[in-house]
Design a binder for this molecule. Structure first.
Ligand SMILES: *[C@@H]1O[C@H](CO)[C@@H](O)[C@H](O)[C@H]1NC(C)=O
Ligand SMILES: *[C@@H]1O[C@H](CO)[C@@H](O)[C@H](O)[C@H]1NC(C)=O
Ligand SMILES: *[C@@H]1O[C@H](CO)[C@@H](O)[C@H](O)[C@H]1NC(C)=O
Ligand SMILES: *[C@@H]1O[C@H](CO)[C@@H](O)[C@H](O)[C@H]1NC(C)=O
Length: 208
């Protein structure tokens, strides 16, 4: 396993913050990256949860072994509620192994935040209790983020019609993921990546 063992104390604190909600969890799956560059050696590599801080993980590029392990098995959580419009969006979830009397894992959702204000390249992290970014899968099982409001054609004084888009701005880049320097999955907000090590990829869900 590529992440360090979480202490019982931390695990207890995390488990205490979990609240009951109506989450429906998918069957487990792995996530494979596919590069459009035929010379790339990352095509068909699997993403694994790599230690980025205390109970924080990034999505690092690993081997192309198809064997599911604790590190590379994920779930998709969707919420249900009475009278809501059904949506295909939800959270990408990874189970952090913990050693607690009543639990052997802590469920963490992936979130993408502005971890570097000087770049358009941001590394998604699994973090307990930090909310989650709304993601989904296309019919051909490619991961997307749901984005509201394209500002690229804005004009002064005229509020544009708001549209929701499914974007797949995924790249694999070398960069600071939490407290470590890794080759990991990144999200580029718009335009060409500021980081010259980035390779454009698609992220494909392989059901186990
Ligand atoms: C995902 O759903 C499962 C099953 O309902 C739940 O136990 C878990 O806490 C959820 N994870 C997150 C991060 O919401
Ligand atoms: C791809 O090649 C680079 C340079 O040789 C190497 O550092 C990296 O580990 C390789 N990546 C994979 C996923 O094999
Ligand atoms: C991927 O798998 C093939 C066939 O099993 C192997 O030849 C190749 O070295 C592997 N590549 C990586 C990056 O692990
Ligand atoms: C969860 O499900 C129950 C039973 O269907 C419902 O009464 C409740 O409103 C739901 N809670 C949320 C947050 O959607």
């Amino acid at each position: 396993m590529k992440f360090s063992t979480t202490t019982t104390l931390l695990g207890a604190a995390l488990a205490g913050s979990a609240s009951a909600q109506n989450y429906t969890q998918s069957a487990p799956f792995t996530l494979r990256v596919v590069s459009s560059d035929p010379a790339s050696n990352i095509t068909d590599s699997y993403l694994y949860a790599c230690h980025a801080g205390a109970a924080i993980e990034g999505l690092c590029v690993g081997s192309n072994s198809t064997t599911p392990t604790v590190s590379n098995t994920y779930y998709f959580n969707t919420t249900t509620c009475d009278g809501c419009t059904p949506t295909n969006l939800g959270s990408l979830v990874w189970n952090l192994p913990v050693q607690l009397p009543d639990a052997d894992h802590y469920s963490e959702a992936l979130s993408i935040s502005l971890d570097n204000l000087g770049s358009n390249v941001h590394f998604p992290l699994f973090e307990g209790g930090y909310g989650s970014t709304q993601l989904g899968f296309t019919d051909d099982k490619k991961l997307f983020a749901s984005v509201y409001g394209d500002d690229s054609k804005n004009v002064p004084g005229e509020r544009p019609e708001s549209v929701t888009e499914e974007l797949q701005n995924w790249y694999v880049c070398w960069g600071t993921v939490g407290g470590y320097y890794y080759q990991a999955l990144a999200w580029v907000t718009a335009g060409e990546p500021h980081n010259p090590t980035c390779e454009k990829v698609e992220v494909v869900r392989d059901d186990i």
